[in-house]
Design a protein around this ligand. Structure first.
Ligand code: NAI
Length: 781
């Protein structure tokens, strides 16, 4: 191109970044990689090629890990973990700091390697991925330093198995490794098969930084290796980022193994533009939302919802902007969009769009390179909300668009998806933005900005976008556990008897659904006997239909989530007051049921527990995070929704209240399965609820076999979380069945809980009762 032509077209000239150093690094490693286990690289084994998706050239050959490799990596991590934890916060902080410094010193090598391996524009790898990686290690060096002071009573989980995808290879590694190490865990990580090179370069950096052997282990290979790691008996916690289908599979495959699990999965995130928005800014935002990283972003703003009045103008401007996007050699610093990560991904995107036989497909008119995994920026309009492309993650540079008229309509459209990862709002009206943000089912909301990330701000989804948060204080709970002594769970058996009850006025216990006592749909009841074999009464056996009715009632009571913490506190105090007035009667009932003498103590503890959560109702605060933008990231605590809780058998009243009170204090509605062995304390409790101003549907109580109730609740698509404290160990079943809609679970893993002690209340309950929504807001100057 001549200078004259450049002036005439005002086109960019090429500004290629050199690949020489990165290619030389690969040659230095022998172009073949083994795994990084116990501080050294293993001899390369049978494997597969890692290719540059922009050119198809082979960059290196990687090894496919065998079961023996995974065993060795887990054993190395296991051996290293106690010493690493004992090193203390400051000791670990120094190591994390050293890693951050080395990542900084080799930042260009890492950026170039990432672009060669993944196909993303060097501009993005250099200015976004790698700086965020460094920031994550710096930030978590600080978390290690502060752990003892700020997280008293918590300790490392042990060995973490981490499986990551190919869209942000090194950044996803940083998100997983930094918090794990900071909290005293060791890791076995598997990068995605298409993009393992920066993870291997990171292994080299760990070696250079003098990280103790075995603290970080990296094994390469495909999904089969991922499966070996996630299901390995020596792994205490699994952290996964990737597709919802694999996340669901991992949930099932690890059920009942006692492992911690966090899943960061797919999304179909709405990008909402109101008619008062600054349109040009919103269009630039959209470029970042869906054409950043070729659209291969879990939280990509892939569903445009634009208000009808500005729709034509917006789409016209958008198409003009799309035509100007420069797609090509990712190593060129003037390129907007590079190559998709692999021919397989190109094929997936192509066939999804080709299968779309309705709507109108607009492809940007700019040039595409003849070879390589390139796909043009694409806009699809005119689809119905149920169309597969409106619902499914395309994971490529393809935007679907539709319009809305009213605020209520846009909330409905935005939430019309099984996902709930992120959402973007564009408006000049801050009142409107702050009104809509809490109504969106999403873990992250960006206002007048998009795709912003930071180590200090939690990231993660709701619904089928997975559970758990990465980043911020909230990200640390996934890598720690409360220090507590546990005993194996002992099944509490109901007493049996035969003595006929003396004739009196019948007092029939029923179910408690929607604020009313309801006869069971099944039409069955069962006898309840005292230890001495005396007939104490009968309780209904709730059927699946009763569970469904209870869930429906709970769903219907959603206004409870919008009440103030102050109001919820008052109601909890009122329940305590009414229970206190009848404490003797309840104490006697508990003694009769359990055959023990601690009824009075249990009632007193129940009253105290109600006070505790009344106190917390307006004090479990969110935070404003100091993120490096002109703004803040609010971390808001929201209720999870409808929680099904299988209550403790051994403490018939306290177990029920210990699950109910934190859940409703945080704005959830509950379906409680009462103690299976001793249910009559729960059925007596209905009257307390009736007289305490608890709105109908907020608390629903069922009686019957825990196994059946837990099964129905775990499978139910409209239940958001299941907690299981039953003395029948139902952990495996609850976790497996929860995969239906990827609901959150909290199970006892065959361990008992001291309901009377501190173990029966506190932060773990509040945390399980809330979701963190991170809302990014422009603020200040
Ligand atoms: P994937 O979910 O299969 O792969 C992600 C990681 O999981 C890789 O490291 C892979 O080796 C591993 N893996 C695969 N099967 C596994 C198993 N059974 N157990 C344990 N680990 C396993 O994603 P894939 O096939 O690479 O991409 C398919 C689609 O997934 C994409 O088109 C996109 O829609 C979605 N995806 C979403 C991501 C996100 O960040 N939300 C990231 C990557 C893909």
């Amino acid at each position: 191109m001549t200078v004259k032509e450049i002036f005439e077209t005002m086109d960019y000239g090429p500004a290629p970044e050199s690949a020489a150093d990165a290619l030389a690094w690969l040659v230095d490693q022998g172009d073949r990689f083994g795994h990084f286990i116990d501080g050294t690289f293993t001899t390369p084994g049978d494997g597969f090629d890692s290719k540059n998706p922009a050119t198809g050239e082979t960059l290196a050959t990687l090894s496919q890990a065998t079961q023996a490799d995974v065993d060795a990596a887990v054993a190395a991590a296991r051996k290293a973990q106690p010493k690493w934890a004992k090193l203390g916060g400051h000791g670990r902080a120094k190591h994390l700091y050293a890693l951050a410094r080395l990542l900084q010193k080799h930042s260009r090598l890492l950026a170039v390697l990432e672009t060669l391996d993944n196909g993303k524009p060097i501009r993005e790898a250099r200015d976004i991925d790698i700086p965020l990686v460094q920031r994550h290690f710096y930030h978590h060096a600080g978390m290690a330093q502060l752990m003892a002071d700020e997280l008293p009573g918590r300790e490392a989980l042990g060995v973490c198995g981490q499986v990551i995808p190919w869209n942000f290879p090194l950044l996803m590694l940083a998100w997983k490794v930094a918090p794990a190490l900071a909290m005293g865990n060791t890791v076995v990580l598997k990068p995605a098969e298409y993009t393992s090179l920066t993870a291997l370069c990171f292994a080299d950096i760990c070696r250079k930084a003098g990280l103790p052997k075995g603290v970080v282990n990296i094994v390469t290979g495909d999904g089969a290796v991922g499966e070996m790691i996630t299901t390995h008996a020596g792994i205490d916690k699994v952290a996964f980022t990737g597709s919802t289908s694999v996340g669901r599979h991992i949930r099932r495959a690890t059920a009942g193994q006692g492992k911690g699990l966090t899943l960061e999965l797919g999304g179909k995130s709405p990008y909402i533009v109101f008619d008062d928005a600054d349109i040009d800014s919103a269009i630039e935002g959209l470029v970042d939302a869906i054409w950043f990283n070729q659209g291969q972003v879990c939280c990509a703003g892939s569903r445009l919802l634009v208000q009808e009045g500005i729709a034509d103008q917006f789409h016209t401007k958008l198409k003009a902007r799309m035509d100007k996007l420069r797609v090509g050699n990712p190593m060129d610093k003037c390129i907007d969009m590079g190559a998709l990560a692999d021919p397989v991904q190109l094929q997936t995107v192509t066939s999804m769009v080709d299968a779309c036989d309705s709507g109108e497909v607009y492809r940007a008119t700019g040039d595409l390179p003849a070879n390589g995994c390139y796909y043009p920026p694409t806009l699809i309009s005119g689809l119905s909300p149920a169309d597969p492309l409106m619902q499914e993650e395309i994971f490529g540079p393809v935007l679907v668009t539709s319009t809305f008229r009213t605020q209520a309509e846009v909330v409905e459209l935005a939430n019309n998806t099984r996902y709930g990862l992120a959402a973007t709002l564009w408006t000049e009206n801050v009142n409107l933005a702050l009104d809509i943000a809490p109504k969106l089912a999403a873990g992250v909301v960006w206002i007048n900005g998009t795709n912003m990330f930071d180590a200090a701000a939690g990231f993660g989804g709701v619904r089928e976008s997975g559970f758990g948060r990465e980043g911020g204080w909230e990200g640390l709970s996934a890598y720690t556990k409360p220090i507590r002594k546990t005993k194996p769970l002992k099944k509490v058996e109901a007493f049996t008897g035969s003595e006929v009850a003396p004739m009196g006025v019948d007092r029939t216990a029923k179910l408690y659904i929607g604020g009313k006592q309801a006869r069971p749909d099944s039409g069955y009841s069962r006898d309840i006997w005292s230890k001495q074999g005396k007939h104490l009464g009968e309780v209904p056996i709730a059927s699946r239909k009763d569970v469904r009715n209870a869930v429906e009632a709970a769903r219907g009571a959603k206004a409870w989530g919008k009440t103030t913490g102050h109001l919820r506190a008052q109601i909890l105090y009122y329940i305590a007051e009414n229970l206190s007035a009848r404490s003797e009667e309840f104490a006697k009932r508990i003694n009769d049921l359990t055959g023990g003498k601690d009824g009075a103590q249990e009632v007193e503890a129940s009253i105290q527990r109600l006070f505790t959560y009344a106190a917390w109702a307006d004090k479990y605060d969110g935070a404003a995070k100091g993120v490096p933008i002109r703004g803040v990231a609010l971390s808001m605590k929201e209720p999870v929704g409808v929680i099904g809780a299988i209550c403790s058998d051994e403490a018939p009243l306290l177990g029920l209240i210990s699950a109910m009170a934190p859940a409703i204090a945080m704005g959830n509605r509950v379906v409680l399965a009462a103690s299976e062995a001793f249910p009559l304390a729960a059925t007596d409790f209905y009257q307390i609820l009736d007289t305490s101003d608890v709105p109908g549907g907020v608390v629903n109580i069922l009686t019957g076999p825990h196994a059946d109730l837990a099964d129905t609740l775990a499978k139910h698509m409209d239940v958001d979380a299941v907690w299981c404290f039953s003395s029948s160990d139902l952990s495996e079943m609850v976790e497996r069945e929860s995969a239906s809609n990827l609901k959150r679970t909290w199970v006892n893993n065959g361990e008992s809980r001291d309901w009377l002690g501190a173990d029966g209340q506190g932060k773990p309950f509040l945390e399980a009762a809330t979701e963190v929504k991170t809302i990014w807001i422009p603020y200040g100057e």
